[in-house]
Design a protein around this ligand. Structure first.
Ligand SMILES: [Zn+2]
Length: 175
């Protein structure tokens, strides 16, 4: 017989898996991401209050327990615990602790190290960056300036780079 916490764990697992799939498919700027993430977080919190562990929830959603969410590409060493701004397809490691928050046009946000925050910001249209309270002065400015010279989704090295939307802001100003 299935108990209430079991059902909660399963629902939370499915919500988490759906949110991750959605981010991997549509990116963080999709307006549907925020409600999907909020639902996943709320359900996970409820399930954990009923005694479920994070691994229980992951397994219920068909995700590997205590493993990175990436389904493609073996993670390179050192990338297992990266900041939330790191794109799953971007294999590069963090350059430090999260110091800024990057918000997209719909105010969906992710905290990130300077390296990944700049890459994320460069990939968003109408994105913004703010320093976290503990960050040193200038972190947000450094990320903003770095993002200016980074191409959107720069880790996709085989992608065509001809349209303005595929080039960095700096390149578009020169062209
Ligand atoms: Zn990072």
């Amino acid at each position: 017989m299935r108990t209430e916490p079991d059902r909660l764990t399963q629902t939370a697992g499915h919500a988490v898996a759906a949110a991750i799939r959605s981010i991997n498919t549509n990116g963080l700027s999709d307006p549907a991401i925020t409600p999907a993430l909020e639902a996943a977080l709320t359900l996970s919190e409820l399930a954990m209050r009923c005694g479920a562990t994070a691994d229980d929830i992951r397994r219920a959603g068909g995700l590997p327990a205590s493993a990175p969410d990436r389904t493609q590409a073996e993670p390179t060493p050192g990338t297992a615990h990266r900041c939330p701004a790191a794109h799953p397809d971007d294999p590069s490691p963090c350059d430090g602790p999260p110091v800024v928050t990057v918000l997209d046009r719909n105010n969906a946000g992710a905290d990130g190290c300077e390296h990944h925050a700049a890459r994320l910001l460069a990939s968003l249209e109408g994105g913004r960056v703010y320093g976290l309270p503990h960050a040193t002065d200038g972190a947000a400015i450094r990320v903003f300036k770095a993002a200016d010279g980074i191409r959107p989704f720069c880790w996709l090295t085989g992608a065509p780079r001809t349209e303005p939307s595929q080039l960095s802001h700096r390149e578009n100003r020169v062209a």
